[in-house]
Design a protein around this ligand. Structure first.
Ligand SMILES: [Zn+2]
Length: 439
């Protein structure tokens, strides 16, 4: 569909009906990217103080944990406040949730890529601001709200989930290509669909877009000429992957870094710097300047599940030079991101790890019966699942989980479920939640 038509006929009316005043906030986001770092820092101090005071007033968890760091009603440095780990968030969801949550809020189950899915809530204005920051960064990649997008992404396993996804895709003027089932046959079908749809940009997992590029190259197909750019996300983009994708499509790749809990965290500009969405989030790195450390974020606007100094479990290094683009938004020089492997089925289909992560997030959304999970492909037809259970886990979940795994990724696998006390990490310290022992 034409971008303008889609924007004014679907996107703005539907988001408005959900209480998201996107058009109202957008000007501010356009403006603030050009503020000096000093102006931005003042804005950040003001909003950090606001959200901390809001959290203390409205959430019993934060009242207990943050009050003592506020001296005489004033807030000095963010580092005076304790951090919130993912485990603490999961174990204290009810007491963290604010008692004053307003009319419009949405639930989101997220964080599966670290092996610890969690369900949080977000108010409509925070969601609208999250979308504004995202759209602003897409403009750096040369694309606008409701431009035609082909999305290499997960497809929900349930029928109702798939239907909802289809409606959302229609509203957002995008076509979804399943990242969960990739083989030569499906890739050719996707290529034909993509040429018909004429997208202005491709968006999705690095590994799947790279696989698609490899297919186009090996079959000597013509890359779609409608493309303006590509936006990759959710996985580490290596220099070699970037060069390969750019070479095949003859378009620039822009990398995005974000997570479900807070949305877009950083995005590449035209000059290749990863700029932080500093007018939505306070981003700290738990290390000496210039050193890699764990990312800690504070969401200024989530008034339902406030996140103050939340540890993401990902590692990054802050940048120090001003970017040539002139934007004052601070930069991240390197993200040492999430790691997982592709699963290969006996019939040769490549299954994206998010297909498994979706299942565990889905279970957690209904009932938090486990703390962490890890799936390991031990043989071409065998997947072993390690679960760190909660007290609410019972044996019936074992069969239910196996049933869902078979339905989602195929009956040709044998699944084994083991209950364990803790999961083992890689030597690097990274948690590989979907792991293949095949190569
Ligand atoms: Zn820049």
């Amino acid at each position: 569909m034409n971008s303008l038509l889609s924007k004014y006929l679907f996107y703005y009316p539907v988001t408005l009906a959900k209480g998201e005043l996107i058009a109202f906030y957008r000007k501010g986001y356009e403006k603030r990217q050009w503020w000096s770092s000093r102006e931005l820092a003042a804005y950040q101090d003001e909003h950090f103080e606001k959200i901390v005071k809001y959290a203390v007033e409205n959430s019993s968890y934060y009242r207990e944990h943050l009050s003592s760091s506020i001296t005489n009603g004033s807030i000095k440095a963010s580092s005076d406040f304790p951090t919130l780990s993912k485990a603490q968030l999961i174990n204290n969801l009810e007491s963290i949730r604010a008692n004053n949550t307003g009319l419009f809020s949405s639930a989101k189950t997220t964080g599966g890529s670290t092996g610890e899915p969690v369900k949080i809530f977000k108010n409509a204005s925070a969601l609208a601001r999250e979308r504004c920051a995202t759209w602003r960064s897409y403009e750096w990649a040369g694309v606008g709200v409701a431009d035609r997008q082909v999305r290499f992404w997960g497809v929900p396993h349930s029928r109702s989930g798939r239907l909802t996804a289809r409606v959302i895709d229609l509203i957002a003027n995008r076509k979804r290509i399943s990242a969960f089932s990739i083989n030569d046959e499906s890739l050719l079908r996707y290529y034909n669909e993509l040429c018909d749809f004429q997208p202005q940009y491709l968006y999705g997992y690095v590994s799947v877009i790279e696989e698609f590029a490899r297919f186009i190259q090996s079959k000597q197909l013509k890359p779609p000429t409608s493309l303006v750019s590509l936006i990759t996300t959710s996985e580490v983009l290596s220099d070699s992957s970037r060069m390969f994708i750019e070479n095949v499509f003859q378009r620039k790749v822009f990398n995005e870094y974000g997570c479900g809990e807070v949305g877009s965290i950083a995005h590449e500009c035209e000059h290749g710097s990863m700029h932080v969405m500093a007018d939505n989030l306070h981003v700290e790195i738990d290390a000496e300047p210039g050193q890699p450390g764990e990312i800690i974020v504070t969401d200024y606007f989530n008034h339902v599940t406030p996140l103050v100094r939340y540890r993401l479990g990902d590692f990054a290094t802050l940048g120090d030079d001003a970017c040539r683009c002139g934007r004052g938004l601070p930069t991240i020089s390197k993200i040492h991101g999430r790691a997982y492997d592709i699963i290969r089925s006996p019939n040769g289909t490549r299954i994206h790890p998010e297909a498994l992560i979706y299942i565990f997030e889905g279970i957690q959304q209904k009932m938090p019966v486990f703390k962490q999970f890890q799936a390991i492909q031990t043989d071409i037809d065998a997947i072993s699942v390690n679960i760190v259970p909660n007290l609410s886990w019972d044996d019936s979940f074992d069969a239910a989980l196996k049933g869902q795994l078979i339905e989602a990724i195929g009956a040709e696998f044998k699944f084994e479920v083991n209950l364990v006390e803790s999961l083992s990490r890689e030597r690097s310290g990274k948690m590989r939640v979907v792991k293949s022992m095949l190569d």
